[in-house]
Design a protein around this ligand. Structure first.
Ligand code: ADP
Ligand code: MG
Length: 316
């Protein structure tokens, strides 16, 4: 009887009220939801089983197993998994601001400080994935990075509070210094559909990801590993700073060629005002040879990144 109870609980979506649609992926629709028991808002990823073959179903279960293990402030938190005859439901922490991608579209590009505020948080998540857990994300891109907006709460003394952390207080000058006024608070990476657990010297070799953010060693069909996330980090940093990706072309073949050779430019006039420190950091990530490319620890010790970290720390 206990078992039947456990089973029906597992299969029951009754605890959740499904609300607005938040987004859509290749095999899924994601809705805002309400946990009726706790009053907490959540994100529910609904995957129709009928659209999936055996292998794809297995990869959903893999995504769940993977997400269950992860616990980091810059990674979307897994909350619950429900399965019935028609669907899988992956219940996750709701990240209210939606995709980072939309924010880039809205602002065209970010100030160097806002770009650093964002990229450091993505890097913190990668540091955790690469060094503590030992997995490669493989599908890092602005569409898979979500953010919580900063809600500026009016208060006496013109002290601003960040919605994510009620204990953080900054005055307006400090706030602009740290956050560049872009309305982005906590940044979280999600969508582990393509991530894979890797073990010591057992590198991955399946072509996947999205051309445009895909590392040279993948397009050249070589073995690859954590370094592919660092390449993607470079693509994201590049986009944050200027508003367009380093590699784009209408022809897939030409694009592939460019990525393989690492042929990109700091195009004028868009990059004219951007500091040499920022360019140097981006170029160390967009380095074709994975052995020469910044690792996550090297990135964290880049002078342009350190300068920002030290400056932010003095406010805490
Ligand atoms: P897929 O693997 O199908 O690409 P994603 O996990 O990327 O699915 O989700 C699809 C979209 O749904 C995202 O791009 C985003 O707009 C929205 N979304 C997903 N998870 C969340 C979340 N936790 N909070 C808010 N929006 C989300
Ligand atoms: Mg996605």
């Amino acid at each position: 009887e206990e078992e039947t109870k456990a089973k029906s609980r597992r299969e029951s979506m009754q605890r959740y009220k499904i609300m607005d649609k938040l987004g859509e992926g290749a095999f899924s629709k994601v809705y805002k939801g309400l946990n009726i028991e706790t009053g907490e808002h959540v994100a529910v990823k609904v995957i129709m089983k009928s659209q999936l073959d055996e292998k794809q179903r297995a990869s959903v279960l893999k995504e769940v197993t993977l997400m269950r293990q992860l616990d980091h402030p810059n990674i979307v938190k897994f909350l619950d998994f429900i399965e019935n005859d028609q669907c899988f439901y992956i219940v996750q922490e709701l990240v209210d601001g939606g995709e980072l991608f939309n924010q880039i579209v809205k602002y065209t590009y970010f100030s160097e400080d806002l770009a650093r505020h964002v990229i450091i948080q993505v890097a913190e998540a990668l540091l955790y994935l690469h060094e503590s857990v030992g997995i490669v994300h493989r599908d890092l891109k602005p569409e898979n990075i979500f953010f919580n907006p900063i809600l500026l709460k009016p208060s006496r003394n013109r002290i601003l509070r960040l919605s994510d952390d009620p204990n953080t207080k900054l005055d307006e000058g400090e706030f602009r210094m740290n956050y560049g006024g872009g309305g982005i608070g906590l940044v979280k990476i999600g969508d582990f559909g393509l991530s894979k657990q890797i073990f010591a010297d057992n590198s991955l070799k399946t072509p996947c990801g999205t051309i445009g953010y895909t590392a040279p060693e993948i397009v050249k069909d070589m073995k690859y590993s954590k370094e592919v996330d660092m390449w993607a980090l470079g693509c994201i940093l590049y986009i944050l700073l200027c508003g367009f990706p380093p590699f784009f072309n209408d022809s897939i073949d030409e694009l592939t060629q460019k990525v393989a050779k690492g042929e990109y430019e700091f195009l004028s006039p868009w990059w004219d005002e951007i500091s040499d420190g920022a360019k140097h950091c981006a170029s160390k990530l967009l380095t074709v040879n994975p052995r020469e490319r910044y690792s996550i620890t090297q990135f964290m010790n880049d002078p342009w990144i350190l300068e920002f970290l030290h400056r932010s720390e003095s406010y805490r």
